[in-house]
Design a protein around this ligand. Structure first.
Ligand SMILES: O=P(O)(O)OC[C@H]1O[C@@H](O)[C@H](O)[C@@H](O)[C@@H]1O
Length: 319
């Protein structure tokens, strides 16, 4: 159950335009598109509340496979899929063991709750909220994970940023209602050339390398370069990660700023991984993307009955 206190006021989301600000929200049966007066935009599918497009500075900022299903038949390959309540393949012996990889949030249709607008530092913020709770899961999914939860997912667009924020509420009662969860924003950033980018902010962190049998390592470079298949979980990362163009004097491409989230996952399947992913197209699309995924995934987050957790990430596009 999504708590009423947290639930934003439901506005007239079908309104095509707000004349005073020239911000628009258009809605169809399967998606919502936000348009900002600067020309920036964001499109979110109700299926998985998956952001499938974010434009700023006149260009697409996210990578989306041209072979991705967008009809609700499987998780979207690209954009920003939501990972909840488990990250990766669930471990046997955990409460999430029967769930599919990355949980059910990305493969469940969410409810559109409403839209709000505000002005900060002279820029308009357009925010749209989506809700999902345990009562709206299908029987099969409910049988696989017992948590009584409410989620509110907010996507906020400004002229150059896209913020994604999640509120998790434990709607159960009694001591046995506590549940453990992981949450992660699986952002596929579009970059001009992945082998020319540098990722800054990870130096001296411990990471688990999934390409090396989940072994633990220490990051020794100040700038991570992607030269082969990369799949790493960096623990307790700093809140700001910079993605720069290392071939152009470290020109900033993106800044990813997390709030209330502990870890950062860096993933690029490279040629060998992309080949094995059925819905990955074009096959050499790995050259134009990098996943910089902020989340809390290295350890479980425990939420007691009645308690609320929140965390989010601001993606800033510099170009
Ligand atoms: O194919 P999926 O389920 O969307 O997952 C994509 C990738 O997601 C990343 O977050 C994981 O670290 C990778 O191990 C995984 O391959």
């Amino acid at each position: 159950m999504v708590g009423d206190k947290k639930k934003p006021p439901t506005l007239d989301v079908t309104a095509a335009e707000t004349p005073s600000s020239h911000a628009t929200l258009t809605q169809s049966s399967d998606r919502v598109t936000l348009s900002h007066p600067s020309g920036a935009s964001a499109t979110i599918l109700l299926y998985g509340a998956t952001v499938i497009s974010w434009t700023a500075h006149g260009r697409e900022q996210l990578w989306l496979s041209t072979a991705s299903a967008l009809d609700g038949s499987r998780a979207v390959r690209g954009g920003i899929p939501l990972v909840f309540p488990v990250f990766g393949p669930p471990q046997a012996g955990t409460a999430a063991e029967k769930l599919p990889q990355h949980g059910f949030a990305r493969t469940t249709r969410w409810e559109l709750l409403g839209r709000t607008e505000a002005e900060t530092a002279g820029d308009l913020n357009i925010c749209v909220d989506f809700g999902l709770d345990s009562r709206s899961l299908d029987e099969e999914t409910r049988a696989k994970w017992g948590g009584e939860f409410g989620l509110i997912y907010s996507v906020t667009l400004t002229s150059s940023t896209l913020e994604t924020k999640m509120v998790v509420q434990n709607a159960g009662s009694g001591e046995s209602a506590a549940f453990d969860f992981n949450v992660l924003f699986h952002t596929y950033l579009r970059v001009p050339d992945v082998e020319a980018i540098g990722i800054k902010g990870l130096n001296s962190l411990t990471y688990r390398d999934k390409t090396l049998g989940n072994t633990e390592h220490n990051e020794s470079s100040t700038t991570l370069r992607i030269t082969s298949q990369t799949d790493r979980v960096y623990r307790s990362a700093p809140d700001e990660i910079a993605i720069v163009d290392a071939s152009a004097s470290d020109k900033p491409l993106f800044t990813v700023t997390k709030v209330g989230l502990k870890d950062v996952v860096i993933w690029n399947p490279h040629a060998e991984g992309a080949e094995k992913i059925a819905d990955w197209q074009p096959k050499d699309g790995w050259k134009e993307m990098v996943c910089v995924e902020a989340g809390s995934v290295a350890e479980w987050q425990t939420l007691e009955a009645g308690a609320t957790w929140e965390g989010g990430v601001v993606h800033k596009a510099h170009l």
